[in-house]
Design a binder for this molecule. Structure first.
Ligand code: SF4
Ligand code: SF4
Length: 303
């Protein structure tokens, strides 16, 4: 496995199973020996900065444009209603005054209204619907985080943009010297949608996090299908393993050689994060368990 610039994706079939916790902890462990870039690609609900205890003080913010919205020239519009009829997202309606009105939250920016308008009264304009923020953390590695604004679409494109920025950082001569290995730790969105696919693309290894619940296990199998589609080597981690020990054992057995380790449920983890204390700065059992996962991982990745 090429390890000079390793891209590790931490993903899951469902949300709330501990991806960001694990990503933050692994970033802090890898940074002791490798160059690390932590990348939050869960653009609808980014929280890696919180798990690193540093949600504020971003150094740079870049605007992101993933779609366009129509602008209607009411001088030219004759109220024919063709745009309304042909918007399959029902983002346009005719007002009582007979003019089209846009609901920007329903608009997908497909451009059909612009094409169909006989009066050339509609023009699609790019809109800023997200941003990418970067900073250097107090643990010396940089963090890149993307945010898609509420109600906006195009999360896959935002992820692609974040990864480009992360790539630039990892290629910076001052950052990744030729003799040192670099690890990009990508905290993916949960599920199997566009942002997950965009996160997994070109990655070298995927860590699939699950919890021992029937829905957690089912969703794990679904996201595994995507990982297998891209033929990405992977490992499996069970978080909160002790909330349902029988199912946890079943998942562990099912995972076989892909099993990386398990993390105990502990309410104090949430207390720590509420105080912005990263898990690796606590004395909780989860810290030791994650260290065990890291040890197994570096053997597999040949670090
Ligand atoms: S298609 Fe064009 S002219 Fe017809 S209602 Fe829409 S904007 Fe107005
Ligand atoms: S761009 Fe597409 S979704 Fe948006 S209003 Fe026009 S037809 Fe509807």
């Amino acid at each position: 496995m090429e390890k000079e610039k390793m891209k590790l994706v931490i993903t899951s079939g469902k949300g709330g199973v501990g991806k960001s916790m694990l990503t933050s902890a692994l970033a802090m462990l890898f940074t002791k020996k490798q160059k690390v870039v932590a990348v939050d690609c869960d653009v609808d609900a980014p929280n890696l900065a919180i798990w690193l205890g540093e949600p504020e003080n971003w150094e740079k913010t870049l605007p992101v444009t993933t779609s366009a919205k129509p602008e209607i020239d009411y001088e030219k519009c004759n109220g024919c209603g063709l745009c309304v009829k042909n918007c399959r997202f029902e983002a346009l309606r005719l007002t009582p005054q007979g003019k089209p009105e846009l609901n920007p939250f329903l608009c997908e920016g497909c451009g059909a209204c612009e094409v169909i308008c006989p009066q050339k009264a509609i023009k699609l304009n790019p809109v800023q619907n997200g941003e990418i923020r970067t900073k250097r953390t107090k643990y010396s590695f940089p963090l890149i985080s993307g945010q898609l604004y509420p109600g906006e679409t195009g999360s896959g494109k935002v992820v692609a943009e974040i990864k480009k920025e992360a790539e630039k950082l990892i290629n910076e001569s001052s950052f990744a010297k030729a003799s040192e290995d670099a690890v990009m730790l990508i905290d993916s969105a949960p599920g199997t949608g566009c942002p997950v696919i965009a996160s997994l693309q070109d990655s070298n290894f995927a860590i699939l996090v699950t919890e021992p619940t029937p829905s957690g296990f089912t969703d794990l199998k679904r996201v595994l299908e995507v990982v297998n589609h891209f033929r990405i080597p992977y490992g499996i981690v069970i978080n909160k393993w002790d909330i349902y020990k029988d199912l946890s054992q079943k998942i562990e057995k099912w995972a076989g050689s892909k099993f990386l380790g398990k993390i105990s449920y502990d309410k104090r983890i949430f207390k720590a994060i509420a105080n912005l204390t990263p898990i690796m700065e606590t004395r909780l059992k989860a810290k030791t368990e994650i260290q065990g996962i890291y040890q197994k991982l570096i053997k597999i990745l040949n670090f």
